[in-house]
Design a protein around this ligand. Structure first.
Ligand SMILES: Cc1ncc(COP(=O)(O)O)c(C=O)c1O
Length: 318
């Protein structure tokens, strides 16, 4: 265990480490005006026994970020290995002793506002981490509504990448859901099939079958989604179908749960005021949660390769 110390978040911005509060961008920054950035949301999970932060599926997150960056013609001077090293160093320098959310972003950092040509703009990269507990304030099953906003379509802005500007779609749906007293919104895609939550993928359980929308349904290819598919098949022996899901299938479901880096595995207890199953956390959802949480905290030796450990360096160099 490291000595007791006070954490202070350190960010990496265009080649330098600095206190988070010193990492600033100008008001002409292109990404601020147009959302021209590809970002990630990564969790670092604190393992109290070992005094280490375990970063979950770090490489996979950067692979996805770089796919989005490619679409936006963003070219940053770091390999995936270097991006992983930078992230570990941000955690090590910050000295967190709790769970953190890590936010890297590759973006059009040039201070040019009246320019809509991605190829004429310079690129930037930052990585920051901040303490982060529960995303949705509930230990049980949450209430959801079906959003009136549809999920943006691949023919508009590809939702399979985590692009900054795209999140307006999620934010509008989430804001309306909260204002109406729900915990989360479930979005339909353009053809009316169930798509995903505003920051989570969705799974629907019917008996011994688990169903989730295909990657062609305009969902984000979630890293937690894939983890849950693998665990359900390999550890619990379930069949997982990837196929379009009708809205009405939600009414018949035995269980519905959401998956995401921020939300982890979140049971859904009701949708548009109709109970899902008994309205509480279902058996399968609970089994998956019990498997998943030790894995993301580096406490399951079989899945230690999913996690990258980071320990406090004890010295803050900026
Ligand atoms: C729209 C959307 N869907 C799904 C997810 C879940 O993806 P992941 O499990 O990779 O965090 C996210 C996570 O940020 C998201 O923003």
């Amino acid at each position: 265990m490291p000595d007791k110390h006070t954490s202070s978040p350190i960010a990496f911005l265009d080649g330098s480490y600095m206190p988070l509060g010193d990492a600033r961008v100008g008001i002409m920054t292109h990404a601020l005006h147009y959302g021209t950035g590809a970002f990630e949301g990564i969790r670092g999970n604190w393992n109290e026994d070992e005094g280490k932060t375990y970063i979950f599926k770090l490489r996979e997150h950067y692979e996805r970020m770089l796919r989005g960056a490619k679409l936006l013609f963003i070219d940053i001077p770091y390999s995936i290995d270097e991006l992983c090293e930078i992230t570990v160093e941000v955690i090590q320098r910050s000295g967190f002793t709790e769970d953190v959310y890590i936010r890297p972003m590759a973006y059009k950092g040039e201070e040019k506002v009246a320019n809509l040509n991605l190829r004429a703009l310079g690129d930037s990269f930052f990585c920051l981490a901040v303490p982060f507990g529960q995303y949705i304030d509930s230990d049980g099953a949450i209430s959801c509504c079906i959003a009136s906003y549809r999920r943006i379509d691949d023919t508009m802005v590809p939702p399979r990448f985590k692009l900054a500007g795209l999140y307006l779609n999620s934010i509008l749906a989430k804001t309306d859901a909260l204002a109406s007293g729900f915990d989360e919104a479930i979005m339909l895609n353009q053809d009316g099939h169930v798509c995903e939550g505003t920051g989570e993928n969705i799974f629907v359980v019917h008996g011994d079958k688990i169903v989730t929308p295909t990657l062609e349904s305009n969902v984000l290819p979630g890293i937690t989604r894939q983890t849950v598919i693998d665990l359900a098949i390999n550890e619990l022996g379930f069949e997982v179908q990837e196929r379009p899901i009708d809205r009405s299938e939600l009414i018949d479901a035995d269980e519905v749960f959401l998956t995401g880096t921020a939300a982890h595995i979140q049971a859904v207890g009701s949708i548009d005021h109709r109970l899902v199953g008994s309205g509480s956390v279902g058996h399968l959802t609970k089994n998956l949660q019990d498997l998943y949480f030790p894995i993301v905290r580096g406490q399951n030796p079989k899945y230690l390769h999913y996690c990258t450990p980071a320990s406090y360096l004890g010295v803050k160099r900026t």
